[in-house]
Design a protein around this ligand. Structure first.
Ligand code: 13P
Length: 288
C-alpha cells in the first residue's frame, strides 16, 4: 500500500472512539518492527520522525524512502502515514518536499498570531500536496530532543480560533509531558479536555503518551483523543533489552556479537509493548 495522510484514519478513529498509534521512529529496527506489528494487528499506524532523528538517520529523503521501501518490500497493507513530529516552518516544507504524507507544525513557542499565520500558510501548501497538518496549542512540557521545556496548558479561546483553520488535528496541553512522568504528576486535566472536545469538532492529539496509566488513556479516547504519541517507553524497552541480551549471552560464543542477533532480541521486546499499546488504544483490526 502507498503512504496515506492522516485525514481519513483520524476522522474514523475520532468518530468510532479509538486512537491511532503514533510511534516515533529512531532507527531501521524501530521502523521495521513497528510496521510488521501494525500489519500483524491490522492496525492503522503513524510512523513519525522528529527533526533531530531525521538528522540522525541522514536526512529527510533517507527517512521517507526507508518507510516507503519497507512498506513495499514487507508487503504492508494497513494504512501508514509518514509524519514529521514537531517541525518548524522550514522543516515542514522539507518534509513535504521529501515525500512525507503528514506534518506537525509546532508553533507553540511562537506568539499565537504567528502560530496562526504559519498554520494558515502551511495548510495551503499541505493541501496542495495531499499532506495532513497537525498543529499545537499550549506547550507540552518535558524532554523534547534532549532539552527540558516547561509546559503550558491549552488556552480554550486559542483552541477555538486555530481550529477554524484548515487543519487535520490538534495537539493539546492537558498536563501531559514528553519523557518520563515525574513521581508527583497529578494526571491528565480531564476538565480541560472535556471543554476542548465540546468546543471543537476535531481529532485531538495526546503527546507524551508513554507511561500514562491505562485507565487515563481509555478515558481520554472517550473525550476526543484520536492520536497518541509514543517514544520514551519504547526507547526504555529497547535499551533494557540490549542490556539484558549482554547479561544473558556470552558475546564470544556463537557470534553473539552479531548486531542482527542483538537487535532481533530487542525488537521482540518492542513488539510486546507495541501490541499492548494497540490493545489499549483499541486500534487492532481497525484497518480491516
Ligand atoms: P514520549 O516520548 O513521552 O512517549 O512522547 C512522544 C511524543 O509525544 C512525541 O511527539
Amino acid at each position: 500500500m502507498k503512504l496515506v495522510n492522516m485525514k481519513k484514519m483520524l476522522a474514523k478513529a475520532y468518530k468510532e472512539k479509538y486512537a491511532i498509534p503514533h510511534i516515533n521512529i529512531n532507527n531501521l529496527e524501530w521502523a521495521k518492527i513497528t510496521l510488521l506489528t501494525a500489519e500483524e494487528c491490522k492496525s492503522p499506524i503513524i510512523v513519525a520522525f522528529s527533526p533531530k532523528t531525521i538528522e540522525y538517520v541522514g536526512g529527510y529523503h533517507v527517512a521517507a524512502w526507508l518507510i516507503k521501501n519497507l512498506i513495499w518490500d514487507l508487503n504492508i497493507s494497513v494504512p501508514v502515514a509518514l509524519h514529521l513530529d514537531h517541525g518548524n516552518y522550514d522543516e515542514c516544507l522539507k518534509a513535504i518536499e521529501a515525500g512525507f504524507s503528514s506534518i506537525m507544525y509546532d508553533g507553540s513557542c511562537e506568539e499565537f498570531k504567528i502560530n496562526c499565520k504559519n498554520t494558515k500558510a502551511l495548510s495551503e501548501i499541505a493541501k496542495k500536496n495531499y499532506v495532513s497538518l497537525e498543529v499545537e496549542i499550549g506547550k507540552i512540557g518535558g524532554c523534547e530532543d534532549n532539552k527540558f521545556v516547561q509546559g503550558a496548558i491549552s488556552n480554550l479561546e486559542e483552541v477555538k480560533e486555530i481550529s477554524k483553520l484548515d487543519i487535520c488535528c490538534l495537539a493539546i496541553g492537558i498536563n501531559n509531558f514528553h519523557g518520563e512522568y515525574p513521581k508527583d504528576w497529578n494526571g491528565l486535566d480531564f476538565e480541560l479536555l472535556k471543554k476542548i472536545n465540546a468546543a471543537i469538532n476535531l481529532p485531538l492529539v495526546l503527546h507524551g503518551g508513554s507511561q500514562i496509566p491505562e485507565e487515563q488513556i481509555i478515558k481520554s479516547i472517550g473525550f476526543g483523543i484520536s492520536k497518541i504519541n509514543i517514544n520514551t517507553e519504547l526507547q526504555i524497552v529497547y535499551a533494557n533489552a540490549l542490556k539484558e541480551y549482554m547479561e544473558i549471552n556470552n558475546l564470544d560464543e556463537n557470534r553473539n556479537y552479531d548486531p542482527r542477533k542483538i537487535n532481533k532480541f530487542a525488537m521482540q521486546k518492542m513488539k510486546e509493548v507495541l501490541i499492548e499499546k494497540f490493545k489499549v488504544f483499541n486500534s487492532i483490526n481497525k484497518a480491516k
